[in-house]
Write a protein of this length. Structure first.
Length: 334
């Protein structure tokens, strides 16, 4: 498996190390972001582009701004206009749009004058710009705004669910959260209300469950609208890899899909579960515990992130460090 690389700053310039702390890409950039798959956004002076894991620039040009690759293409910006480049660094759609979202399911929402429509990867307009706003395609439907209300179009541009919602989300696992007046419920792809519009807050379905809020209490419902995890929490987030963050009285922990507290709701804050370790905050400092709630890395850091390939970026006394799962420094930078 190809190694992960991490950005580091050495003598005022950015380069990249691997998970042993060895410098793989020499520090020569003025700005650098994490690698996402095979590419990382870098900056030279006030221009931006992408490098590969050998540190080579993708293509010959840098741009006023770039955005990460989605669906094989990346948005670029030149003189306030947006276009797209491919992974070989070739500009495949000239920067001529006022705004542009990333590609999703083969189409991208673009703004022409003050209206939004959709183009394909050849740059051809496939859905005419007629919307006040337009969002990414998800499960073959896209949320669009027309006349102050939100509805959904298919890839042919046909309005398959009429714009009647005050707010809405894209489809996830076959359902979409929609708002009428001040309450949320869920519709299917035919526009039928399948979960009653009664919640004050509603998230996307994720791993078969959705986080909802009613009367300032959060819990989780299934696709039949049954509250399978009672609405008893002061806050909750979506399930991810079988676990969800919940809070009671400003203390945080994790539950599983049966509603069991797998990490007790007792920490000042919690973040992600990554590679078997969970980042938690105690008395303003962050560390890592295992799933049995034992501290593996003591809470001494001001900020932490998730482990990727056995390494996490942390901040201690305004210095950025990379540590391994034993808490040992892999690299410290200025």
């Amino acid at each position: 498996m190809e190694k992960m690389l991490y950005p580091v700053k050495i003598n005022g310039k950015y380069g990249y190390i691997d998970n042993t702390g060895e410098v793989i890409v020499e520090p020569k950039f003025d700005y650098a972001e994490d690698f996402i798959n095979d590419f990382a956004i870098i900056g030279i002076e006030d221009k931006f582009g992408f490098i590969n894991k050998e540190g080579s620039l993708i293509g010959e040009n840098l741009y006023d701004d770039v955005y990460e690759f989605t669906d094989g293409l990346a948005t670029i910006e030149v003189k306030g206009k947006k276009g797209f480049m491919n992974k070989e660094g070739e500009v495949v759609i000239n920067p001529e749009y006022k705004e542009a979202n990333g590609f999703s399911q083969g189409l991208a929402a673009v703004q022409v004058n003050y209206k939004w429509g959709y183009i394909n990867k050849e740059g051809q307009v496939v859905i005419e710009p007629e919307f006040l706003d337009a969002f990414d395609f998800s499960e073959d439907l896209a949320l669009v705004q027309l006349g102050g209300k939100l509805g959904y179009v298919n890839k042919e541009g046909k309005m398959v669910i009429e714009p009647k919602f005050d707010y809405a989300y894209g489809f996830s696992e076959g359902l979409a959260a929609v708002q009428l007046k001040s309450n949320y419920g869920y519709i299917d792809k035919d526009g039928n209300t399948v979960i009653k519009i009664k919640y004050h807050t509603a998230n996307d379905f994720n791993e078969g469950l959705a986080c909802v809020e009613l009367n300032n209490k959060y819990g989780f419902i299934n696709k039949d609208g049954e509250a399978v995890i009672p609405l008893k929490y002061d806050w909750a987030d979506n399930f991810y890899e079988g676990f969800a963050t919940v809070a009671i009285d400003e203390k945080y922990g994790f539950i599983d899909k049966d509603g069991n507290e797998v990490i007790p709701v007792k920490f000042d804050n919690v973040d992600t579960i990554s590679e078997g370790l969970i980042s938690v905050e105690v008395n303003g400092k962050w560390g890592y515990i295992d799933k049995e709630c034992n501290f593996i890395i003591e809470p001494i850091y001001d900020e932490v992130s998730k482990f990727v390939d056995g390494v996490s970026r942390v901040i201690l006394e305004n210095r950025t460090k990379y540590i391994n799962k034993n808490g040992e420094n892999v690299f410290s930078r200025e």
